[in-house]
Design a protein around this ligand. Structure first.
Ligand SMILES: Nc1nc2c(c(=O)[nH]1)N[C@H]1C(S)=C(S)[C@@H](COP(=O)(O)O)O[C@H]1N2
Ligand SMILES: [Mo]
Length: 424
């Protein structure tokens, strides 16, 4: 990375000194509430709430996120996990209200006034910079559809539904500034290799990210599905390094330090390096997630209403790029047929697949497996366990430090039409 100012157009000149005058040209918000605005319009199907000012879904639609665990880390800090109801989702965009949540920095979601919020970029840079939200919004923006997945999204025999086994992944359209623009503005010094991002949350959550990823396609996102990022997702600002492990997406982002090495941060110390069962831990070296898919319907806990035609549908995604192929097996992985993959298959995004299936009323086992644009194929559970060195008699399904757990999820259909976790 060159430290010389490039010939590229500079958006901010002279670093922080120039920022004082920078807000003068900021665009003021349009008047939101004109005088004489009519009274709120309530609708019975919304439980009497005003549905004009901000829409509510019908009261007959009740699907919700589910808490995963309210555990304490070895440091005694509460963590909050909420799971996306993938079984009820259509298409590829997760409604913002149902996006999964992971927060290890205390049970309280930070309540940040965007007018007070600042992003600082410093460390191995020529010009340390501090940005207000208004200033960030004056940079050229991009909007991209990207999934996020927590590495704790690990299938296991105890899970009854796809929400429990796979609900720690969601997909949104994210809008923000390419981080490369901000880093070029600051001027990255020779020898820099990583960035260290830090949050304005209770424990100042932080995480290292390779500089190459920061310069490639990482977004500093302020919007999600057309509106400001939700508080649970990092309002007013979060890091979005597409296809990388969920924990690399620092939410409530307020500081980026450009550094020359990977740092051992809060999450690694408290949740991974303390696990003695992780000799092959990919932490600090592997960030990108492999190809993964799951059938969301029919899935665990659902009930087929007699033999006949059913649509098998689900989601596939990969940190390696776009999904090229999804295959479905209805006989426990003995034979495979190509599913229809909905296009356009966005890179590092949930991709919807469909397969028309005629159920004969016999016991069946449904599986999906995907292939991405790098020709990486989703592994079987046996291959995954072999790679990580689980002995055949070791009952463990997963564990901290394994990295991305992406093996095939089987769903068993019983002759009575009930659908059960095939791992159980
Ligand atoms: N500040 C902060 N950022 C964070 C976390 C956190 O606890 N605090 N959790 C990380 C983890 S482990 C995951 S999986 C993702 C989840 O993003 P989401 O909550 O928007 O789905 O956020 C990451 N960013
Ligand atoms: Mo996570």
């Amino acid at each position: 990375m060159s430290s010389k100012p490039s010939g590229r157009r500079r958006f901010l000149k002279g670093g922080t000194a120039a920022l004082a005058g920078f807000t003068v040209g900021a665009i003021q918000p349009a008047d939101a509430q004109a005088p004489g605005t009519p009274a709120p319009h309530a609708h019975p199907a919304s439980g009497g709430k005003d549905v004009v000012a901000y829409g509510e879904r019908s009261r007959f639609v009740t699907t919700v996120r589910k808490p995963d665990r309210e555990a304490r880390t070895p440091f005694g800090v509460d963590q909050l996990h909420a799971l996306t109801p993938l079984q009820d989702q259509q298409g590829i965009i997760t409604p913002s209200s149902l996006h999964f949540v992971a927060a290890h920095g205390g049970m309280d979601i930070p309540d940040i006034d965007p007018r007070e919020h600042r992003l600082m970029i410093h460390g191995m840079v020529d010009r340390p910079l501090v940005f207000t939200m208004e200033e960030l919004k004056r940079f050229p923006s991009v909007s991209r559809i990207y999934y996020v997945e927590c590495n704790g999204n690990q299938p296991g025999r105890r899970h009854k539904t796809v929400q429990e086994s796979h609900g720690k992944t969601s997909c949104s359209e994210w809008t923000g500034v390419p981080l490369a623009l901000l880093l070029k503005e600051a001027g990255v010094k020779q020898g820099a290799k990583f960035i260290l991002s830090e949050a304005a949350d209770g424990v100042k959550s932080n995480k290292s990210l390779p500089l190459a990823k920061a310069m490639a396609d990482t977004i500093v996102a302020y919007a999600q599905n057309g509106e400001p990022v939700r508080p649970q997702q990092g309002f007013p600002l979060r890091l979005l390094p597409p296809g990388f492990e969920g924990q690399d997406n620092i939410k409530w982002l307020h500081r980026i330090e450009v550094v020359d090495q990977v740092y051992v941060t809060y999450n690694e110390i408290s949740r991974v390096t303390t696990n003695p069962k992780t000799p092959k831990s990919p932490w600090f070296t592997v960030f990108e997630q492999g190809p993964k898919s799951v059938i969301t319907s029919p899935s665990g806990g659902q009930q087929l209403q007699g033999r006949g035609m059913y649509e098998i549908t689900g989601l596939a995604w990969s940190g390696g790029g776009a999904i090229r192929r999804v295959e479905v097996s209805v006989d426990g992985g003995r034979t495979w047929k190509d599913a229809t993959v909905d296009g356009p298959a966005h890179r590092m995004a949930h991709t919807r697949f469909h397969y028309q299936w005629k159920w004969d009323g016999q016991a069946a086992e449904l599986q999906s497996r995907c292939t991405d644009e790098l020709n990486q194929v989703q592994p079987t559970r046996a291959a995954f366990r072999k790679f990580w060195g689980f002995a055949p008699d070791d009952p463990s399904e997963s564990g901290a430090g394994l990295g991305h757990v992406n093996y095939i999820q089987p769903w068993r259909v019983a002759p009575d039409g009930s659908v059960l976790n095939g791992l159980a």
